[in-house]
Design a protein around this ligand. Structure first.
Ligand code: NAD
Ligand code: TYD
Length: 351
């Protein structure tokens, strides 16, 4: 089968391709990615010469270019990762989130409608989404698949829109889809603007660790490869037209995460943990900052038999070690455009 993997050069997409391209030589994987600041083809060096892998540098907001790819490859499955993914960026400049996350998804759905309409039963659109569509929890409770959507940021509302479009194409046209809403991922190849890689980078370079508000916000953390395995499981065994919540059952406050990172780095470098903890700096809170995300993943567990393999501790250790061993990668992805963006938008935040 031909798999179109949009956003395959980003954090989760590249972990997905690195896991499944070697494992499934019977399928061809076409990575459709326009290589924004968060992408890096270096991530995919070890699969770039595989016979069952292709790269196409196409922007999903460009309908004609995407149509060219549909005609060239006749995909059977679309695994849709491509998105603008960072909440802080969406607050400063929302436009590109609307274009990529909503219009880009719409373009893919339109092409699926035109090219798959006589054969929907043999095709699949898998939409990769986030738990942030549900908005914020208080201190109690969990996101269920039935929790009403209530997104807070331009990022999460653009993802919510794309989820609604996918479901609408299922109901209206009969598109066969599956949809996953996952909690916060961490692991290798995550662009160092998100909490965990940003903190590791700053700890290693002795820079301040910027904690938004009081650091009491809670996220549920999942190791990225566990997310990728969950997506594959849903595509293989999930019911068409259904959505599945994916989570790690690892709720931590941001302060707990930062503390754990300081301790693991200190074990690796042999330096005093107090020196790292002393870098913590409380900064202005994020506007509309969701207090808590927590996932009930029992549908994944009970219906599809999926469970995460990594614990928070084992996944964090692997991740810190990866960033310590790959500082060249970190500096290469942080040069250029990203540095300019950070300087312009965060100059008062002492990152
Ligand atoms: P990322 O920012 O690391 O990667 C996004 C990828 O999409 C990049 O390779 C980028 O070049 C590509 N892309 C962006 N705009 C594009 C466009 N217009 N055309 C073609 N390619 C484009 O993001 P990520 O963390 O890997 O997230 C992937 C998906 O998973 C997103 O849909 C995100 O909403 C979802 N998700 C992420 C998390 C998380 O914690 N990171 C959690 C749940 C769901
Ligand atoms: P982030 O990694 O941006 O993911 P999301 O907002 O999609 O959950 O942020 C995770 C949490 O960490 C969130 O509560 C905001 C907080 N945070 C900081 O305190 N400091 C930072 O520099 C960043 C990037 C995030």
């Amino acid at each position: 089968m031909i798999y179109f993997v949009t956003g395959g050069a980003g954090f989760i997409g590249s972990n997905f391709l690195k896991t499944f391209v070697p494992r499934h030589s019977e399928h061809t994987f076409v990575n459709v990615d326009c290589l924004t600041y968060s992408a890096n083809l270096m991530n995919l060096e070890d699969i770039q010469d595989c016979d069952n892998y292709r790269f196409e540098g196409v922007d999903i907001t460009d309908y004609e270019a995407l149509e060219g790819l549909f005609q060239k490859y006749s995909p059977d499955v679309i695994v849709h990762f491509a998105a603008e993914s960072h909440v802080d960026r969406s607050i400063v400049s929302p436009r590109r989130f609307i274009e990529t996350n909503i219009i880009g998804t719409f373009n893919l759905l339109e092409l699926a409608r035109h090219y798959w309409k006589d054969d929907y039963q043999n095709k699949l659109f898998h939409h990769v989404s986030t738990d942030e569509v549900y908005g914020s929890l208080g201190k109690e409770g969990y996101f269920e698949e039935t929790t009403p959507y209530d997104p807070s940021s331009p990022y999460s509302s653009s993802k919510a829109s794309s989820d609604h479009l996918v479901r609408a194409y299922g109901r209206t046209y009969g598109l066969q889809f599956t949809l996953t809403n996952c909690s916060n991922n961490y692991g290798p190849y995550q662009f160092p603007e998100k909490l965990i890689p940003l903190m590791i980078r700053n700890i290693l370079s002795g820079k301040p660790l910027p904690v938004y508000g009081k650091g009491e916000n809670v996220r549920d953390w999942l190791y990225v490869v566990d997310h990728c395995e969950a997506i594959w499981t849903v595509m293989e065994k999930g019911e068409r037209g259904e959505s599945y919540n994916i989570g790690g059952n690892n709720e931590r406050t941001n302060m707990e995460v930062i503390n754990a990172l300081c301790h693991i780095v200190s074990e690796i470098t042999g330096k005093e943990v107090e020196d790292y903890l002393g870098l913590i700096k409380f900064v202005e809170d994020r506007p509309g900052h969701d207090l808590r995300y927590a996932i009930n993943a029992s549908k994944m567990r009970n219906e599809l038999g999926w469970e995460p393999k990594e614990t928070f501790e084992s996944g964090m250790r692997k991740t810190v070690k990866w960033y310590v061993d790959n500082q060249e990668w970190v500096e290469s992805v942080c040069s250029g455009e990203y540095q300019k963006w950070i300087e312009k938008n965060y100059k008062n935040r002492e990152r």
